[in-house]
Design a protein around this ligand. Structure first.
Ligand SMILES: [Zn+2]
Length: 230
């Protein structure tokens, strides 16, 4: 976010201290030593210090470790990287140590570098689903989320309640229910059980429709960058 004439305020996900807000003074001047170091999804080693009685830190030094140029050469990979950055920026509280989110974002960027263009979208949703679980919103898939009665997975279509955050039996049907195929439920289960999945599985199409609804309901968030992801 531009600040005053030449400065920038950035939201930075750090390995040791969670999400912090940092001001880089003079950063937007062409000869600034911070030029490019606070660009979105840049991995850098930084030194910053706290100003008294403010939540804002001041950047004192920065060295880029990885600029992820392989991602920047593809518009759609940039969109994908933005999705996870936006998710963490909008959902992580300030200054709470969260190594899992840091590692998750880093692993995603590393994998995104290498992946072919057809797999960008499902890979992004795969990482978004895991991030949702990390934020405490893992979908309930084992039995009815309301009454805990078993669900018949033999039927082709399973009722998934967005508001309930999981599958529901026919007695607990509500007006936020979406229909998912049993193959999609199985794919979700496999993702959360950390089993090997096919990133080109056709069931990702249903997941792509489910996740934005789910995010809007449970986290009150719309990820703008998701709209541009192809
Ligand atoms: Zn039920």
């Amino acid at each position: 976010m531009p600040f005053k004439e030449s400065s920038l305020i950035a939201s930075v996900l750090t390995k040791k201290f969670g999400k912090v807000k940092i001001i880089a003074k003079g950063c937007r001047r062409p000869k600034s030593k911070f030029c490019g170091t606070l660009e979105v999804f840049t991995l850098a080693e930084i030194i910053y210090y706290k100003r008294e009685s403010k939540d804002l830190y001041t950047l004192s030094d920065a060295t880029v470790t990885d600029h992820f140029s392989d991602i920047r050469s593809s518009n759609n990979k940039v969109n994908a990287a933005m999705v996870l950055c936006e998710f963490f920026n909008k959902t992580l509280p300030l200054e709470e140590t969260d190594t899992a989110s840091y590692t998750h974002l880093f692993n995603f960027l590393r994998e995104l570098k290498k992946i072919d263009s057809n797999s960008i979208k499902p890979l992004t949703f795969y990482y978004l689903l895991i991030a949702l679980a990390g934020a405490g919103f893992k979908p309930h898939l084992d039995n009815c989320v309301r009454c805990h009665n078993p669900i018949s997975y033999n039927s082709k279509q399973i009722d998934f309640s967005i508001s309930g955050g999981g599958v529901v039996c026919e007695n607990d049907f509500d007006d936020t229910v979406v229909f998912l195929s049993s193959d999609t439920i199985n794919l979700l289960k496999n993702i959360y059980q950390n089993k090997n999945i096919r990133i080109d599985a056709p069931q990702f199409k249903e997941i792509e429709r489910l996740v934005p609804e789910y995010l809007r309901y449970h986290l009150n968030q719309v990820l703008n960058s998701l709209k541009f992801l192809k």
